[in-house]
Design a protein around this ligand. Structure first.
Ligand SMILES: Cc1cc2nc3c(=O)[nH]c(=O)nc-3n(C[C@H](O)[C@H](O)[C@H](O)COP(=O)(O)O)c2cc1C
Length: 489
């Protein structure tokens, strides 16, 4: 394949043209379309988080779709009948009267119903379309590999919206390049579902056929570059090998980054005095080896300053991926009161982060910002009644009859154990799903009639945020994002 000006650029060539600054995809809905649009207009790669978007869009429509933004872009969905069904199903004129009393969407399982698939596709289409509206900057989507079931339909929706790049980590996204190739040709694509207790040779696949949405005359889509979020050059190398080179670039995320972290490579390393995992030199990618793989890469984890960018580029990176600083900017989807609270803690020199190796049902360490009144406080969390009503982090397991069951270590203890779950896994687990919906301003109603509480995640750099942002009274994404050189695909 050539990269000459007349030929259609390959995904690999497009990856090399992506900007120096990538906005981290931050779920749930912290990296919303407003933040992605702002970053993209400032010359960076704006990235929407596709995690949980089916609910985010269904809930926003039920809230009455302030400003009419969702209805405006959903009206542009290439299959009008699908758009109409989504609006008929979820839009509530004037909004629901009781805050938080959303009509539930289905939990996405391995054989989702057609209405669930339509919602996934339209939601991801809409968020990308909104982020791309009115400018010619580039917009990507971030998905978590671990949240398997919704991913293929979500990717197709984003491609219909014209997404310019796909970024995926929190797992080993080995199958994604092939899935993107097939979706770009509107062919059925599938992912292997990891089923606990599956018998040797037993494989379950999550299948998605674009024709169930677009019929036989599909609208044009293109195959976006794929950037894998990784922690080590060894994984980068293995991914390139196992995907026939289908990975177009890498985001190398270090252990100080916000959100989920990879566990330390040395599992036997004792925890530190606070009970956090300890990372050593082996947890940092060898950038010389990485550069030799011939793919562009971006560094993530405390690189959100001009000095950070210069350092990354001096080490051979194309640029940096920034999370925490942008999560606290005006445009992000983080609840405004939480944003102000965290910025206040920074001002008072009290902002801190705990790397919680137990909290996330994914089993990955999760960075929890220590914010009073949120679920970072163990006493506050202890008062929460366990309930599993969102289900993104449930794991499929094999039932005796060979069918699939679903369980999550943050669900009610008795239910988890009755499903054959290991009681040891219950310890310290938190319902990240409900907490993150609350953090983005969409708290569900608890069994007691209250509202689910939030949990803020941030990188270690939050403690030094004062040096990196123009004002702790609030700032715009572009104020920290004017780091990149605008590059257009
Ligand atoms: C609030 C928040 C949520 C995040 N959620 C995700 C996510 O859903 N998927 C992902 O790949 N990375 C996620 N991250 C990591 C960021 O994409 C980014 O790589 C990281 O924040 C960079 O490090 P920094 O926070 O030091 O800038 C999240 C980070 C934050 C701060």
């Amino acid at each position: 394949m050539s990269d000459c000006p007349d030929a259609k650029p390959t995904a690999a060539a497009l990856a090399r043209r992506l900007p120096a600054v990538i906005q981290g995809g931050m779920g749930v809905s912290i990296s919303n379309w407003r933040l992605a649009k702002a970053v993209s207009q400032a010359g960076g790669l704006g990235v929407i988080s596709g995690t949980g978007l089916d609910r985010v869009v269904a809930y926003r429509l039920q809230e009455g779709d302030a400003g009419g933004h969702l209805r405006r872009v959903i009206a542009r969905f290439p299959i009008p009948a699908v758009a109409e069904r989504i609006l008929n199903r979820w839009y509530v004129a004037g909004g629901i009267t009781r805050p938080g009393a959303y009509r539930a969407t289905a939990m996405v399982e391995h054989e989702p119903r057609i209405d669930t698939l339509e919602l996934l596709v339209v939601a991801n289409f809409a968020e990308v379309a909104l982020a791309k509206e009115g400018h010619d900057g580039v917009v990507g989507i971030n998905l978590l590999e671990k949240v398997q079931s919704p991913n293929v339909a979500s990717l197709y929706g984003a491609m219909l919206g014209g997404v310019d790049a796909v970024l995926m980590g929190a797992g080993i996204p080995r199958e994604i390049p092939g899935v993107l190739d097939r979706l770009a040709a509107h062919q059925e694509a599938s992912l292997i579902l990891r089923v606990e207790g599956a018998l040797p040779g037993e494989t379950t696949r999550i299948r998605f056929d674009p024709r169930c949405i677009v019929g036989d005359i599909p609208p044009p889509v293109f195959r976006p570059p794929f950037l894998a979020v990784i922690t080590s050059d060894i994984l980068a190398q293995a991914l390139l090998r196992s995907t026939d080179g289908g990975v177009d670039g890498f985001v190398v995320e270090g252990p100080t980054a916000g959100g989920h972290n990879a566990p330390p490579r040395n599992h036997n390393e004792p925890l530190n005095a606070r009970g956090e995992p300890v990372y050593g030199p082996r947890d940092h990618a060898d950038l010389v080896k990485l550069a030799k793989l011939g793919r562009p890469f971006w560094l993530a984890g405390g690189f959100g300053t001009p000095e950070g960018l210069a350092k990354a580029q001096a080490a051979g990176a194309q640029g940096v991926q920034i999370g925490t600083i942008l999560a606290l900017s005006e445009e992000s989807g983080l609840r405004p009161d939480l944003k102000a609270q965290v910025l206040g803690l920074v001002r008072d020199g009290k902002a801190g982060v705990f790397t919680d190796r137990l909290a996330s049902p994914t089993g990955f360490p999760f960075k929890v910002a220590e914010v009073p009144g949120t679920l970072s406080d163990p006493a506050v969390y202890a008062s929460r009644t366990r309930i599993c009503n969102l289900g993104y982090l449930r794991m499929p397991y094999r039932l005796e009859n060979g069918k699939l069951g679903w369980r999550c270590a943050a669900e009610p203890e008795a239910a988890f154990i009755a499903k054959g779950g290991d009681p040891a896994e219950l310890v310290g687990r938190k319902c990240i799903c409900n907490a993150l919906m609350s953090t983005a301003g969409m708290p569900l109603i608890t069994p007691e009639g209250g509202r689910e509480l939030p949990l803020v995640t941030a990188g270690d750099c939050v403690a030094k945020l004062a040096d990196a942002v123009p004002s702790l009274d609030g700032y715009k994404a572009a104020d920290v994002c004017g780091l990149g050189t605008p590059v257009r695909t």
